[in-house]
Design a protein around this ligand. Structure first.
Ligand code: IVH
Length: 678
């Protein structure tokens, strides 16, 4: 092996291990910047030596050119489904059935069970040959699935080669690993939010999102979807002796596969039932959607003895959680005015308990969906909720429709400002309030401008936005930066003590230093969220450059299509928006990217993340933040494993406690200065 080949092999091993620490163990041991440096080095070497690129290189996780269709794959061992149980009676019946089929001399008291949450995603089979992932296939009908290898490779918690860790067992000659590809609930919510922002299709639940993402012919799209994986079974293995389900799970974890941490291994059937009921009541606390619990007989020899009937094994059963659906009466259909002026319908409901949560409102998605389903006020409707996803109205129960009900008619004017509603484009059904002075829109715009994903102004939430718009202190988003001139008026507002006003004004002032792409995001131009904004500022680093960019120039940016480009040029061509930009400029915002200092990466705090707590002896919070940032560090609001240091002042809060729990080092103000070499 040449030196280059050795370096490439070492980099791949190292990167794969760090991906595993981050995505599977949730316990990274290097900073994002260090990780990026390793990846950049590998990309560089592979670019110089394309003949050395292999499919198991971590650089290949970005996706491959699109396919025309998926190839069919025969599963060497069929992927069965499971029989269902819906109550404890069904579980006892299952156990009794097994009891009658056990080998002579064995009773149900001799059994061991493994109990696992049933993840609501889609089943896949991953083949590894001599430690390399060679194929990923969907379950399909259990006999024949689809070859989705390129898509599988983009899922960062799925190892491209095993074992991932140097302390893992040696790779078996061949193994088929089975498990579930899913989308974590938090990632799903964020993903749908981004889809909405881009005007793209929303997914009804994490399962559909996972399935839609994995079954993309263009794996580059899959690569952008936040998919995750749990391994739960071995289809077959050559070169390892695995005798029980528990051993299989331990072996898979040792090879570097993500294995669900919430798994029970027990001999007590009472404990099995207890575990199930416990998860049933706590299902909403899980970070993924689970639609039940799977109970498996541990011993593989017994599994074989019990066998499969039809297309489900006797040795396993799925205890399904009750559906999170209920019927209730739809009292009235109301509409919301969004940040872009889009009007969306929602339902006020007769309160109903769905899986332990009282639901009073549910989304009706959009007017098209509403019309298609012919949902009416006064209808009895099916309402569904899943995880912490917003409850939705699924359909009306037509048999219960009151005889005098009338089809719903969308409003013609904005419920807030009375402006006549319009369609943005002929081919779109969405309705908009096009009055740029509409207070409801303005509140949403302000809320968005100050939010985490944009200017991140601490302490400025929707309540304050509503109040300031209602009192006329904010007439457009640039007015936020003129609030300092209205200090007296702010102090006169209910609940606005001196300290609160000063903190708010300081946070607003500090936000002027936010990077330009955050400002651009905050403008709320249709289809321009934080990802697109970052692409834009790379190519057009100032507002003037961007304002002058033609549609063709915008479209030349990788990742920007005609729809986004058109939306941007349309936004800048409106005189009201040009005036708004000028107003921001007058307020002192720079409206361009900060010049990139060449020595940025070598600044003393580069790659370090700090959390501040308590009152520091000489610095205000904003000053400390500015100091850290000037020296190349980052400040975040909450302590996690990724925090490098917690800077502690007088009267620290719970953040200090959290730091101690996680073993994160602390500093005082002087310590921080010393660390920065100041
Ligand atoms: S075991 C015979 N374990 O449930 C064993 N399946 O109806 C077959 N699933 O298509 C599967 N979590 O997608 C098993 N911990 C788990 C599971 C699980 C989710 C899904 C899987 C399968 C379906 C079976």
């Amino acid at each position: 092996m040449s030196d280059i080949e050795k370096e490439i092999a070492a980099l791949r091993r190292e990167i794969n291990y760090h991906l595993y620490r981050y995505h599977t163990l949730d316990d990274p041991i290097i900073s994002d910047a260090e990780y990026d440096a390793l990846m950049n080095r590998l990309r560089q070497l592979e670019a110089e030596h394309p003949e050395l690129v292999t499919p198991d290189s971590p650089t290949q996780r970005v996706g491959a050119p699109p396919l025309d269709a998926f190839e069919k794959v025969n599963h060497p061992i069929p992927m069965t489904s499971l029989n269902n149980a819906f109550d404890d009676g069904d579980m006892h019946a299952w156990l009794a059935r097994i009891g009658r089929l056990l080998p002579d001399g064995m009773t149900v008291d001799d059994l061991e069970f493994v109990v696992e949450p049933k993840i609501d995603g889609l089943a896949v089979a991953l083949t590894y040959e001599n430690g390399i992932l060679t194929r990923g296939a969907t379950r399909g009908d259990g006999q024949v699935g689809e070859n989705v290898t390129a898509n599988i490779r983009t899922i960062k918690s799925i190892p491209l080669s095993i074992p991932v860790s140097p302390d893992g067992p040696p790779a078996p000659a061949r193994i088929e690993v089975r498990g579930e590809v899913y989308m974590p609930i938090a990632a799903f919510n964020e993903f749908n939010r981004q889809q909405a922002e881009k005007g793209e299709k929303l997914f009804a639940n994490p399962r559909n999102a996972a399935a839609g993402s994995l079954r993309q012919l263009d794996s580059r799209i899959t690569a952008e979807r936040p998919l995750a994986f749990f391994a739960y079974a071995i289809g077959y293995v050559e070169g390892a002796d695995i005798r029980t389900q528990k051993e299989a799970l331990d072996y898979l974890a040792a090879l570097g596969f993500p294995v669900n941490p919430d798994i029970l291994h027990t001999r007590s059937f009472d404990e099995v039932l207890h575990f199930i009921h416990n998860w049933m009541t706590r299902r909403d606390t899980l970070p993924y959607d689970a639609d039940g619990v799977v109970v498996k007989i541990n011993d593989f020899r017994l599994q074989e003895h019990l066998g499969v009937v039809g297309n489900a094994p006797r040795w396993a059963i799925a205890y399904k959680f009750p559906a999170r659906e209920a019927t209730t009466k739809l009292l009235e259909i109301k509409v919301n005015v969004g940040r872009t002026g889009q009007i969306t319908p929602y339902a006020n409901l007769e309160p109903v308990n769905i899986g332990g949560v009282t639901v009073r409102q549910a989304t009706l998605h959009n007017f098209e969906d509403l019309a298609k389903k012919d949902i009416r006020e006064g209808d009895t409707v099916v309402v569904k909720r899943a995880g912490d996803v917003i409850p939705q109205v699924v359909k009306p129960v037509l048999d219960l429709r009151p005889p005098d009900s009338k089809p719903y008619r969308p409003p013609e004017v904005c419920p807030t400002c009375g402006e006549k509603l319009a369609r943005f484009r002929e081919d779109e059904v969405a309705l908009f309030c096009i009055n740029s002075a509409c207070p409801a829109q303005l509140v949403r715009q302000v809320e968005y401008f100050v939010s985490r994903s944009a200017m991140d102004i601490e302490g400025f939430g929707i309540k304050i936005a509503e109040l300031l718009v209602a009192k006329g202190l904010i007439k457009d988003i640039a007015d936020i930066y003129f609030l300092a001139e209205k200090r007296e008026e702010l102090l006169a507002l209910e609940g606005f003590a001196e300290k609160k006003v000063d903190n708010l004004l300081a946070a607003i002032e500090a936000s002027k230093q936010q990077p330009f792409d955050r400002f651009l995001t905050g403008l709320g131009i249709r289809y321009v969220g934080s990802v697109v904004a970052r692409l834009l500022v790379e190519a057009f680093p100032s507002i003037d450059a961007l304002q002058q960019a033609s549609q063709a120039e915008l479209e030349a940016i990788d990742g920007i299509g005609p729809r986004i480009a058109e939306s941007i040029t349309a936004w800048f061509s409106r005189p009201a928006n040009q005036a708004l930009i000028e107003k921001f400029r007058r307020a002192g915002l720079k409206l361009r990217m900060a010049p990139r200092s060449p020595e940025a990466a070598s600044r003393p705090l580069a790659g370090l993340t700090f959390v501040l707590t308590g009152t520091l002896p000489t610095w205000s919070r904003e000053e400390a933040k500015a100091f850290i940032e000037q020296h190349g560090g980052k400040v975040t609001g909450s302590v996690s494993k990724k925090t490098s240091y917690v800077v502690v002042g007088e009267n620290p809060g719970s953040k200090l406690e959290k730091a101690r729990q996680l073993g994160i080092p602390t500093l005082d103000e002087d310590g921080l200065r010393r660390l920065a070499g100041a």
